[in-house]
Structures are given as C-alpha cells and as structure tokens.
Design a protein around this ligand. Structure first.
Ligand SMILES: [Zn+2]
Length: 400
C-alpha cells in the first residue's frame, strides 16, 4: 500500500489535468485549462518527483496536492488522497484536503456531501467528537449517506458513553442498513443498568434490564446483572433463578456464573445444597468450572472423603483440569514429608508458572486474549464476543 501511495501522487496530478483538459474539449472550450497549464504541471511534477527522489516525502505530498485544483473533475482524486492520508494515520492532512474540497464553490451537492462525510470521519478518528457530531447531524438533516452516518453517530455516542443516544442511532442504523443491532443495543442497555446500579437507582436498573432482555432475550450479561441485583436485594431464590438462566443461555460463561452462585450459597450457609445444585444444573463431566466448584464446596464442608474422590476422578480424566491437579498436589504436599513433600512443592511451582502466564478469556471474533472479561472486545470493538476459555487450565483467575 505504501509503494502504491507514492505512485498515486504523480498519477493523481496528471489525471487531474487530463480530466480537466478532456472536459474543456468536450465543452468546446479551447481556453480552459489555460495553455500554460501543461508546462506548469510538467514543471511542478518534476519538482514533486525530485522531492520524492530526495526522500522529502512531506514536501512532495504538499506539492502534488497543491498541483491539482479542486473542481468537479478532480474532486474524486482529492477524496481518494484524503482517505489515503487518513488510513496512513495522517489525519491532519486528510482534514486539510477535505476542508479544501468543501470550500470550493464549483462542486455538485453530492460531491460536497461526500467531502463532508469524509471530514466528519477525519474528526471522529482524530477524537474531535463535537465537530464530528455536528457534521454527521448536518448530513442526517440533508438526507445524505444516512445509513453510514447513523453508524458513525452510533460509534461516536458509544465512545462517549452516551448510551441512550447510541441506542437511538443503532436502531436507525439497523433500519437503514438491515444489519442486526439487537446484541449491541442490549449491551447498551446493560451499560445503562450499570449506571443505575452505581447511582443506587434499583427500580430504574430493573426497568432498563427489562429493555435489554426485550431487545435480546439471549443476553447473558443481562441475566447475570439481574442475578447480581437480586443478590443485593437479598432475594436469593430469584438470584439463583437468574444465574441458572444465564447458564442456560450460554454455558461458556459458567466460570463467571458459578463463582457468583458459590459465593451466594456459602454466604447463606447453604453450601451443603450447592453440590446437588451443580450436579442438577451443569454438565459437570464436560465443565471443568463446575467440577472446580464441587471441589471447593467439598473442601468448604471439610468433606475429606468427597475431596479425595473428586481429585481421584479428575486425575483419571483424559483432559484433567490443571487447576484441580494443583489442588491434588497441595493435598499431597501437606500430607507427606521429606523428599516427597519437596518434590510436590517443586511441581506446584512449575504448574504455577504455567498457570500465571495463561489467559482466562478470548475474543471469538478476533482472537484477543485477556485475564479480564470485557463485554466489548477492546481489539475488534464487537460486543459479547469475549468469553472465558473452556480449557480448565485457565481458571486460576476465579480465585480472585
Ligand atoms: Zn475481538
């Protein structure tokens, strides 16, 4: 792309002049462009190429851009150059080019709207959200580029955490483009739920949760939030129901949901019921998080026979959870002496080094990994695509 960009500059300069000349001939005008223009362009082209050859790329760019006047025939070339600058991260230059196009009086309404959209995108990419917002609203009012503009406005309000406006724009974008927005809008509602919870407005939070689930009945995050609110209100039964629904919607989130349930059963002095709950509501043969909490439950109840049985079962598995294997080694270290005890302590250190470098979550869309569960992927910006790993190796973070 870089090489192509340098090639494009002189080509753009030449094509701008050629198209101007063609238009002049087509219109029967012998006078435009002026007869000095080819010589002037040749001279400037050579000067520009000299800058390129002497690796003064900044001067070369400026030179070629100034070379071609903006008119109806060359506006497209300037728009292409502007987008290329933006893609190269040179947003200031892109802004200057797009402002220059808009300032010209001799362009069609469509060309002005195209340049205005590009200028809005420049401002958005540069983080100048107020200016971008003004431009996008101007475009909405004029009816130009409505679906693209709604998408940029949606993303802009998302960046500014103006969730209600983001919802409105996502809905308009969905209608205009036909692209489903339900998952995203439900997450926007969940963001609003978090705001309400922080301000201790529980009724408002519950109303917003209803909106999230109406928009997307499969939104795991909303069920987890509803469980958390019920825990805060002291409604254990309702909380357990919401967490169970979250698991039913997406088993991948079992490490997150089961930790909440374990804490709830333990706080209410009902740990003795949790093992049965896990066996009834999880696919624990396949779900290492469920087996991990079975072990924690047996340990919390000081049921040594059950702990020994669970550890023994885990070691017999084709793919044992390393986190449970670690628990086994701790038991062995604590019940042995001398060299054997030291050997187990050493093995635990080896395993800890491995566990500490592993990641807990990953994005199913772009592969981003982290030890924190993000509802919006920080890398690809998609909502609801980051999930806990199912691999039992990665559950060390559950202890936190
Ligand atoms: Zn991603």
């Amino acid at each position: 792309m870089e090489g192509l960009f340098w090639l494009l500059l002189p080509v753009a300069a030449a094509s701008g002049w050629l198209s101007a000349r063609y238009t002049a001939r087509r219109n029967g005008s012998a006078a435009a462009p002026d007869c000095d223009r080819p010589e002037r362009i040749n001279r400037h082209c050579i000067q520009g190429l000299n800058y390129l050859l002497s690796e003064q790329s900044d001067k070369a760019i400026q030179h070629f851009v100034e070379l071609v006047d903006v008119d109806e025939d060359t506006a497209e070339t300037h728009l292409v150059l502007g987008s290329l600058f933006r893609r190269r991260g040179e947003v200031d230059r892109a802004i200057r080019i797009h402002q220059n196009i808009i300032a010209r009086p001799n362009l069609s309404a469509q060309q002005k709207a195209n340049a205005l959209l590009q200028l809005g995108i420049d401002y958005f990419k540069a983080g100048l959200f107020d200016r971008a917002e003004n431009i996008f609203h101007q475009l909405v009012a004029s009816g130009a580029h409505s679906d693209k503009v709604y998408r940029y406005l949606r993303d802009l309000y998302e960046r500014e955490k103006e969730w209600e406006q983001a919802i409105a724009m996502a809905e308009r974008y969905g209608k205009a483009s036909g692209e489903p927005q339900a998952t995203r809008i439900a997450h926007y509602w969940c963001e609003l739920v978090e705001q309400s919870v922080r301000r201790r407005r529980i009724n408002e939070a519950q109303e917003r949760l209803r909106c999230a689930l109406q928009t997307d009945p499969d939104c795991v995050r909303a069920y987890i939030q509803r469980g958390d609110i019920q825990v805060a209100l002291g409604n254990a039964k309702e909380a357990i129901k919401s967490f169970r629904q979250a698991l039913e919607k997406d088993r991948h989130f079992s490490p997150v949901v089961l930790k909440r349930l374990y804490d709830l059963f333990r706080r209410n002095g009902q740990l003795d019921r949790f093992d049965a709950w896990l066996r009834r509501n999880t696919d624990y043969h396949k779900d290492a998080a469920a087996r991990f909490f079975m072990l924690k439950t047996a340990d919390g109840l000081h049921d040594e026979a059950q702990v020994a049985e669970l550890l023994h079962d885990e070691l017999g598995r084709e793919e044992p959870s390393l986190y449970i294997v670690r628990a086994y080694m701790e038991k062995m270290r604590d019940t042995t002496e001398g060299d054997i005890r030291e050997a187990f302590a050493m093995l635990i250190r080896v395993l800890d080094a491995r566990l500490s470098s592993s990641m807990a979550c990953h994005c199913t869309r772009c592969g981003f990994e982290s030890n924190t569960l993000f509802w919006q992927c920080p890398s690809c910006q998609n909502w609801g695509t980051v999930r806990p790993y199912q691999n039992p190796l990665e559950y060390a973070w559950l202890e936190g």
